[in-house]
Write a protein that binds this ligand. Sequence first.
Ligand code: ATP
Ligand code: MG
Length: 446
Amino acid sequence: MRQAAQEVVRTLREAGHRALFAGGCVRDLEHGAEPKDYDIATDATPPEILRLFPKGNTVGAHFGVVLVRRGGFDFEIATFRAEGAYSDGRRPDSVTFTTPEEDARRRDFTINGMFFDPDTGAVIDYVGGEADLKARLIRAIGDPVARFREDYLRMLRAVRFATVLDFEIEPHTWAALKVRAPHAAEISPERVREELDKIWRSPRRVKGFDLLVDSGLMGVLLPEVVNLRGCEQPPQFHPEGDVFTHTRLMLDLLPPEADVPLVLSVLFHDIGKPGTYSYDAEADRIRFNGHDKLGAEMTVGILRRLRYPNHLIEAVESGVANHMIFKDVQRMRTAKLKRFMARPHFESELELHRVDCAGSHGMLDNWEFLREKAVEFAAEPLIPPRLVNGHDLMALGHPAGPRLGELLTQIQDLQLEGALTSREEALAWLAVHAPMPDSAAKTDPA
Ligand code: ATP
Ligand code: MG
């Protein structure tokens, strides 16, 4: 990809233009990371770029950006530009084509404001990005209060870069972020979701969680999580402390590669606790009756608010709604257990259960039981094909209706328990337990 990007730069240069790598890819190259993409900045105007790349996509040409494909990769070529006022807080009202230096100054953070000359390997740094990269600092370019006011998404980007890169946020930038945090409510939900997801995907997600809470962004974007603070729990099951501490601890116990639905189910699994808190005087203990159900409802509300797709909402909702059932698994009949384990999000829910236990009382007996059962059941599908189906039963004379469904479930239970292993056995069982007037005669030669 770098070679292809370099060819794009060369094409622009051979036509007499200036052209440089710009922004995130320069940060990554200087930081020793592999860039996800290469953005190219040039003094060529969009019509000039299009003359050199006639197949270029002009969608962004209005803002001075042309999309070009080379070597199977897409590259954004943007004309050096300054940006006008941000009256809507997300998009500049106008852009004017200008110098590389001004182009650097419109960017968000110093580490994102550098250019790179791929021919000489020189970094062109007008904003002190190299020093901040070495010092591992996220620092706004210019006055941080003004820069956040132009586009409040930059507050979330600051937290995201600090999390993903494991950098610190420079004190003035941090102070401005805290002052401006209430305005995070004005960022579009889709943009919030994209940034939060990048934080949750990072192995350093707990650092992101702390920065979101300490900055005040969490209180604006996910107040339900901040509300877990001070929600006391029975100490015999939760020696670690309140629900907030428990949730944070679980986040820390997740494997580095945990996916977004799993992280969200950790964040929200006990979100119904503050709303269901009660004190049982007789037993002298705190209870949260129905917190799983309330939590699942709240989860759906939060995820809809952030415009998550339905398949993700269903996965997280299932994790929250079912997390209390795991304490019953050792008492389940085999058929019920197999059905529980065969549900679509079981693997992720099992991991939620593991960190739920590890982040509180530490007893993993239910988790170990389920792992052993998974090995024991591994030889065949958890839910194998049915031995008989509805057509078979109707052919025997059973009328369609609820009774038919009950019979099929009974037979499947026995199949899952290992009591019925073939079609013949299932038919024989039916003849005994649900005989038809005439089939009974057929199976009884006497
Ligand atoms: P990554 O692609 O790894 O998420 P990036 O730094 O490349 O990080 P992009 O969103 O791809 O981020 O943006 C490319 C560049 O555009 C940034 O490096 C930065 O210079 C500039 N930029 C992006 N978003 C903003 C913004 N909201 N305000 C100011 N400059 C921005
Ligand atoms: Mg990028």
